[in-house]
Every structure is written in C-alpha cells, then in structure tokens.
Design a protein around this ligand. Structure first.
Ligand code: HEC
Length: 182
C-alpha cells in the first residue's frame, strides 16, 4: 500500500498516513490504460460480430421449417402441422431478435419488414390448420410462400422464389397422422 509521508510543521515529527481514500489511491488513467481499454473494446466488437448469426443460415433453417409444414398439412396431420407452424414462428422471431438490423435489407430494417410481411399470412395459416381443411391450408401456405418471395424481392434477391416443395427435405419424419384412439 502506498503511504504519504507528512512532516508536521514545527515539531520535527513525521508520520505516515495510509492513503485510504479511493480518490487518493486511484491515479488518473494514463495513455497505456486508454490503449488497453480501446483494445478490449475492439475485441468485444469482434466477438459480437462472430456470434452474430448469418442471415443466410437462419433462412436455411426457416426453409426447413417451411418444407416440413407443407408435408404435415398435405398429410392431414393437423397436430404435426400446428407444431411445425409454431416452430416456424419461433424461427421467424429468432431472426427478428438476432438479425433485426441485417445488412442484406438495409436501408430497410428487417425487424420492421419481417413482421409486417409475415404476421398476417402466418396467422391465416394457423387458422387454416384449425379448420382441418386441406384446400384452405394449401391456399394459406401459398400466400405465406408468396410473402417469403416478396421480401426476397425487396432485399434485391428476386431469384429466391419460395413455393410448395415436391419432395420432403428430410424424409425420416413420418407425416401420416397417428391412428385415432378408439
Ligand atoms: C424480411 C425479409 C425476408 C422474409 C420475410 C423472408 N426472407 Fe428469406 N431471405 C431474406 C434475405 C435478405 C435473404 C438473403 C440472405 C443472404 O444473402 O445471406 C434470404 C434468403 C433466403 C434463402 C436462401 C438461403 C441460402 O443462403 O441458401 C431461403 C431458402 C429463404 N430465404 C427462405 C425463406 C422462407 C421459406 C421464408 C418465409 C417463410 C423467407 N425466406 C422469408 C429475407 C427474407
């Protein structure tokens, strides 16, 4: 601990006063400290960038959810369709939360465009699933796909056209409804 030697006037005595006050003990930040802080800030920014999910990867997951949703509805497996719609909604919310400022959509904000384009078609899809009507489901699904494609157009990627799948991306999941319990 650093001390302060004080000569008491006239008495020839010296005493050591421990520098206990925080303000007395803390030296003003010098140039090397400032440089260290700057280096740490840079490192944090780099780490943040590394943990930022890539929008293309998130879209691939969304594509998978979109695909599975189709097969569940097509099979008339409404429990599974409802589940898949929920998973797709979670994927969409995840994108909005983690990539709301995605560079791909600038100057527009993904956090605004995505809900404005998908909320209504996704709600209609849930309603259609609730009716257990395949024709309604197919129509709502096509509307949702059109909304996906619409945003790709806004984002300058009109070649990313989303539609009904022809073959399941993963076929180890059974789509046929489970037999009804008597
Ligand atoms: C808010 C706008 C927006 C919406 C809504 C949207 N996308 Fe995307 N999507 C993008 C952007 C931007 C890219 C390009 C990403 C990139 O360049 O990495 C993309 C890319 C993709 C890709 C290509 C990914 C790759 O790297 O191979 C697929 C597949 C995709 N989206 C599927 C979907 C599906 C399915 C939906 C609807 C359920 C959807 N997207 C809705 C903006 C959107």
């Amino acid at each position: 601990m650093k001390g302060l030697r004080v000569r008491v006037a006239g008495m020839g005595l010296a005493c050591t006063i421990a520098a206990v006050g925080a303000s007395a003990a803390k030296p003003a930040p010098d140039a090397s400290q400032a440089a260290r802080i700057q280096a740490l800030e840079q490192r944090i920014a780099e780490l943040e960038k590394r943990t930022q999910p890539e929008l293309g990867q998130q879209m691939l997951m969304l594509e998978l959810r979109h695909d599975r949703l189709w097969w569940a509805g097509e099979a008339g497996n409404w429990n599974l369709a409802y589940y898949m719609a929920g998973e797709m909604n979670e994927a969409v919310q995840g994108i909005i939360e983690t990539n709301g400022d995605a560079a791909e959509l600038q100057p527009q904000k993904l956090s605004e465009i995505m809900p404005s384009m998908l909320t209504v078609p996704m709600k209609n899809l849930l309603d259609a699933i609730g009716t257990h009507d395949k024709a309604k489901f197919a129509k709502a699904y096509d509307d949702l796909s059109a909304a996906c494609t619409g945003c790709h157009g806004v984002a300058g990627n009109p070649m990313l056209v989303i539609g009904r799948p022809k073959t399941p991306l993963l076929d180890d999941l059974h789509y046929a409804p489970l037999p009804q319990k008597p």
